[in-house]
Every structure is written in structure tokens, then in C-alpha cells.
Design a protein around this ligand. Structure first.
Ligand SMILES: Cc1cc2nc3c(=O)[nH]c(=O)nc-3n(C[C@H](O)[C@H](O)[C@H](O)COP(=O)(O)O)c2cc1C
Length: 180
């Protein structure tokens, strides 16, 4: 049994669901998991007490949230010293017309900026959650979705995540821990 730390950055909550899914999958494999929002990390939290660390974040307006850069830079030594992984959540990674190159570019730009090179990375398709947006964001997202050929019916939400891919990501991480 290993101890795993998961940190996630979310705005509308979908990355939280993905992070929780990974946590549950790892717990089902008898690992101990500690999970926190990356913008509410307990004071003094140190990955040193964990065997592995997973960080995940969604994309808004073309980048991951700035505070995540500072957090990953602060934890970089500890992240580099143990198995670590990063996943990025966006609409580019899924939807009606996926743009996998754009999704990869968000992820790689971030990792380059923070100078962290985890052995395992993934891009997951996110969600269009019209019900969670204010008036301005709803109209903006409908316009963007329309241009991208995505779903524009604002009376419902859309989820594009491939949950099997999320499970495979968790399984691969567990495998890496075993080999570490
Ligand atoms: C205001 C806004 C801006 C977004 N900008 C982008 C973007 O630039 N590229 C992209 O691929 N997805 C973009 N997305 C899609 C989000 O990454 C997607 O909705 C994701 O599921 C959000 O995850 P969260 O609920 O964890 O924040 C945007 C979403 C919103 C609401």
C-alpha cells in the first residue's frame, strides 16, 4: 500500500470529479489517498510524506490557473524526487471536434514554464456546464462552442470525459508506484 497525494485546480468543479475518480480508483487498489484543492492546500503540506503525487488542472482562456505555477514551483523538488503525474482538462481534448494538439500544447507549455517533467501526463476532455455559468459566461461559452462545432443548447450541461481513460491513468500511476 502506498500513500498518494492528489492536488487539483478547478473552476466549475469538473476537474474535482476527475480527481475524485482517480482517488477512488487508487483507494480501491488499497492505496491511501490525500486529496486537496490546489488553491486551498493546508499550510505546511509537504509531499515528502507521500510515495507519489498527482496534480490536475483545467484550462480557462488558454492556460492553467497562475497560482498553480507557483505551487508546482514550490513543490518541484519533492515532485521530482518521487513518481509524479500531471493531467490537464479542457474542451480542446474532447467535444464534437477534438483538438488534441491544442490540448497537448496547453499541458506542455505549463510543464515547461514550471520546469517539471513528470513521466506520466494526460489530457482529458472536460465538460460544458452551462448551468454553472453566469449570464456573460453562458453566452460566451455558447458562442465559442458554436464556432468549435460543440453543443450549444444552454438548457443542459454536457460531459465529454472518457472515464475509462481516467481509470487507465490511475492504473498506470499505481503500476509506476509499484515499480519505483
Ligand atoms: C470561461 C471558460 C473558458 C475556457 N477556456 C478554454 C480554453 O481556452 N481552451 C479549452 O480547451 N477549454 C476551455 N474551457 C473549457 C474548460 O477547460 C472545461 O469546461 C473544463 O471542464 C473546466 O473544468 P473545471 O470545471 O474543473 O474548471 C473554458 C471554459 C470556460 C468556462
Amino acid at each position: 500500500m502506498s500513500s498518494i497525494l492528489i492536488l487539483f485546480a478547478t473552476t466549475e468543479g469538473h476537474t474535482a470529479r476527475i480527481a475524485e475518480r482517480i482517488a477512488q480508483r487508487l483507494r480501491d487498489k488499497r492505496h491511501e489517498v490525500e486529496i486537496h484543492r490546489a488553491d486551498a492546500v493546508p499550510a505546511g503540506l509537504e509531499p515528502a510524506g507521500h510515495d507519489g503525487v498527482i496534480v490536475g488542472s483545467s484550462i480557462h482562456y488558454g492556460h492553467h490557473p497562475r497560482f498553480l505555477n507557483a505551487l508546482v514551483r514550490r513543490l518541484r523538488t519533492a515532485l521530482t524526487a518521487r513518481p509524479s503525474a500531471f493531467f490537464s482538462v479542457s474542451l480542446s481534448a474532447g467535444g464534437a471536434r477534438p483538438k488534441p494538439e491544442a490540448a497537448r500544447r496547453y499541458l506542455e507549455t505549463f510543464l515547461r514554464q514550471v520546469d517539471w517533467h513528470p513521466a506520466q501526463t494526460a489530457t482529458f476532455a472536460g465538460a460544458l456546464q452551462y448551468s454553472k455559468y453566469g449570464v456573460f459566461k453562458r453566452l460566451l461559452m455558447r458562442m465559442i462552442a458554436g464556432i468549435a462545432g460543440d453543443d450549444t443548447d444552454m438548457t443542459r450541461d454536457y460531459e465529454y470525459t472518457d472515464w475509462n481513460a481516467v481509470d487507465r491513468f490511475a492504473d498506470e500511476f499505481a503500476q509506476r508506484l509499484k515499480q519505483a
